[in-house]
Design a protein. Sequence first.
Length: 258
Amino acid sequence: MEFAREFTQYPSLAQARVFITGGGSGIGADIVRAFARQGAHVAFADRDLAASRALLAALEGQVAHQPLFVPCDLSDVEALRDAIAGAAARLGDFTVLVNNAANDERHDFLDVTPEYFDGKLAINLKAHFFAAQAVMPGMLHAGGGAIINLGSTGWKNKVAGYPVYATCKSATTGLTRSLAREFGKHKIRVNTLTPGWVMTPRQLEKWVDADGERAMAENHCLPGRIVGEDIANMALFLASQDSRMITAQEFIVDAGWT
């Protein structure tokens, strides 16, 4: 989705080195666009080759530094580590990590098997943990950085139909606060960015129906619908030096629903 409005430019993000998980489509693609338009050196990992290549094509010649795409199954920890290490070898130590990758596939609690649970845990929580671990030595070497873990309002609003996803997303708060305490002394800030119901192509295709539209109309305090750029704009702020004394916090972008 192309940005239709003018937003803030952050001088501290020009030349920043940013790694984004799940950046090929949806919210992740908007985050990639946003950081690239700030002049940052962006790398993103995704397993969707077609969407990722389409994003790169759309940005060609439009940004100071063309993003680096690293094909990767983010549920595979070793592949994720290799992706980050390879990207860092080309761009330098990452000073910003956006843990965006997730899968909100619906599932019935009574049908969940240990194998299914482990598979969803791998993408919705484990990837966040080990991506943070993989970038941490570089951030320590660089003298600081920012990690942004994406949460979800789904579990806050008690949405049924994806208990494994809800479990993982609620755990994001614990990961954020633990890392913020442990690494804050090294000028590494860690925050949770929690989107509301964002009108990505996937959501519009799979889940947004007449009942969903009514729910948004009734529960949003603001008119309109949340789009990926709304989440990306908060990610820019949390990554920039404008938020230098903000850590261990959760920032909800949901038009006031929760």
